[in-house]
Write a protein that binds this ligand. Sequence first.
Ligand code: ZN
Length: 156
Amino acid sequence: MEKFIVDVMLGRLARWLRILGYDTIYDSSYSDDDLFFKAHQEKRILLTRDSGLAHRMNPSYCFFVSDQAVREQLKQIITHYQLNVEDYLFSRCTLCNSSIEAISKEKVRGQVPEFVYSSMDEFFYCPTCDKIYWAGSHIKQVRELIANLSAENENV
Ligand SMILES: [Zn+2]
């Protein structure tokens, strides 16, 4: 499974890759050298909007993201790396990139809004930043968007 590192221009793309379940690091304080070395050290694919930086990298570990819109960026990456957009969906924290874990309903009582607690049965949490996730309506929207992107790719 591919691992990614993205430059400072691609924070929103990083969140989307995490939603798909791909290990993606992003830190707005990383310099070009940090990106370059981390990509090599951790065998991550560098996604960048900076063509100069892209030229410094081994092309098999770097992808120049040409589009400005995050939707098109995501489509580019899904197509280029043939990402699996189903099996790992919602397995990673979108804030910090850690894998999220199932947590029992009783344990989230009082930590999520009451209407969420009463209407949901499945909860997950991030052990690193303690964020609690549940299968709300946004999950349906995300699934639809990804299904649309995949359908568009098949038509190319
Ligand atoms: Zn987290």
